[in-house]
Structures are given as structure tokens and as C-alpha cells.
Write a new protein. Structure first.
Ligand SMILES: *[C@@H]1O[C@H](CO)[C@@H](O)[C@H](O)[C@H]1NC(C)=O
Ligand SMILES: *[C@@H]1O[C@H](CO)[C@@H](O)[C@H](O)[C@H]1NC(C)=O
Length: 231
């Protein structure tokens, strides 16, 4: 082998080793600090992270669920309410999982998976405070927004129950191959193709505490962009 080729190969090996070392040091640094102390605007979202979803298209409220149910009238599933709330609280925390891991979630909460959430990943979102999954179905129309194509969104399930395919959402970031805190994204309901959305001026009545309605819609009018506010 010519000696110039050998030294080139050596250089490549050494620089590769150095960048690996730097990467490992950075990882160790992050781990020592446990949960990330500050939100880095380019943070990559990993499975197992607790996140809040901020609604981009209106006033920037948060995807929320509370210990209250949709009422019998208008016709509803009577499952747990999901809405946009103005402020962050315990009600606005969701944990994001790879949907393939649902059976492991039956008796544990901290399935990590380690992997980042990639474009077109099928995810499930579990409401931390009540252990229910973000859910939609086309048996019931949305309570406020009338017309075809706006369906009810609920939180559904309980500890010990692995949920069902109506809990599956596909992640569609506006750009990039992975979901980061800097990327607005859409969540598409995998079975029915509608998008998680909310509209300015669609306020729930008293039973919904006047919060802004959340629906699943195929309406092109939008209202379906979200961004992760914290991880
Ligand atoms: C939710 O509300 C019901 C009835 O109002 C109550 O029995 C239950 O304990 C509440 N659950 C939580 C987690 O607060
Ligand atoms: C989800 O988990 C399955 C099964 O382990 C795996 O094949 C798939 O690649 C994972 N999805 C992502 C986006 O990591």
C-alpha cells in the first residue's frame, strides 16, 4: 500500500474517533443534567418524552384534557373531554410513545424506546394525569363545529388497557426527517385520515368550561398546526 494512502486512512480513522468522543461527551453531559433544564429550540423529540402541544394556528393555547366528559347532548361518546386551554398545567402534559409499544404500556409508564420521533412515525399520546390516550372516531361529530368532516376528539382508556387503533396518529412535520421543538407539525389520525385541529371562536359551552374546541377534520381551512413547547 502506498504510504500516502496509509496516512490518509489513519487521518480518517483518527478524526472519526475524535468526533465519536465529542459526541459521547455531549451525551454524558446531557444525561448528567437529567431532564433538560432549558428548552433548546432545536431539541429532537424522543419517544418516552413528556411534551406539551401548543396550537400554532390560533392563540397558542395548549392541547389539554381534564377529568370531565362530553355530555350526552349533543350526541357524544361521553368519553373524556379534550380541548385547547390557555395556560400550561398538569392537564396539558402528554407522553409520546411509538404505537408499536402499546402492549408494553399496559403495566408500565416509562417505555422509552430511545429513538427519535421520525417523519411519518405512528405514535400514541398518553395524557399523563389521567392515563388516557388521545383518541378520535367517526361515530360522533364534533360538539360545536357543525357540518361534515369535523369529528369528536377524546381521551380514552385506563391503566391496564392497551387502547385501540383509534389512538394512532401519524406525525407530519412541515420540514425535516425528525420531529423537533422547532418544527410545526400535523397529527393525522391514521385510520380515518383526519387531522387534529382547533378553530378560533369555537368555544365549548359551560360543560366544557368555555375552552376552545378540538376536532379531527379533513377541512382544508387549517387550524391543524401544532408545535412542541417543552420536552
Ligand atoms: C374524576 O372525577 C370523578 C367523578 O367526578 C372522580 O370519581 C374521580 O376520582 C376523578 N379522578 C381524578 C383522577 O381526579
Ligand atoms: C416503532 O417500534 C417498532 C417495533 O419495535 C419499530 O419497528 C419501528 O421502527 C419504531 N418506529 C419508529 C419511528 O422508531
Amino acid at each position: 500500500m502506498p504510504s500516502s494512502l496509509v496516512s490518509t486512512l489513519c487521518l480518517i480513522l483518527i478524526s472519526g474517533f475524535l468526533s465519536l468522543l465529542t459526541f459521547n461527551l455531549q451525551t454524558a453531559f446531557n444525561m448528567n443534567h437529567g431532564s433538560y433544564p432549558e428548552v433548546n429550540v432545536h431539541e429532537v423529540v424522543h419517544f418516552g418524552a413528556v411534551i406539551t402541544l401548543q396550537h400554532v394556528s390560533t392563540t397558542g393555547g395548549y392541547l389539554s384534557s381534564l377529568n370531565a366528559s362530553y355530555p350526552k347532548r349533543p350526541a357524544s361518546s361521553e368519553q373524556q373531554l379534550v380541548a385547547v386551554a390557555a395556560a400550561r398545567s398538569d392537564d396539558t402534559s402528554w407522553r409520546i410513545y411509538n404505537a408499536s409499544m402499546r402492549s408494553e404500556l399496559v403495566d408500565q409508564d416509562d417505555v422509552q424506546g430511545m429513538h427519535h420521533v421520525s417523519r411519518d412515525a405512528t405514535v400514541i399520546l398518553r395524557h399523563v394525569a389521567t392515563h388516557k390516550f388521545l383518541h378520535s372516531h367517526q361515530e360522533f361529530a364534533a360538539p360545536v363545529t357543525s357540518g361534515e368532516g369535523h369529528w369528536e376528539v377524546t381521551a380514552y382508556g385506563m391503566r391496564g388497557f392497551e387502547g385501540d387503533a383509534n389512538d394512532d396518529w401519524v406525525v407530519e412535520p412541515l420540514r425535516g426527517a425528525v420531529l423537533t421543538t422547532a418544527t410545526p407539525f400535523r397529527l393525522r389520525h391514521r385510520l380515518t385520515g383526519c387531522y387534529l385541529a382547533s378553530r378560533e371562536g369555537a368555544q365549548l359551552p359551560e360543560w366544557g368550561f368555555g375552552l376552545q374546541e378540538v376536532t379531527c377534520t379533513r377541512d382544508e381551512a387549517g387550524g391543524d398546526l401544532w408545535i412542541i413547547d417543552a420536552i
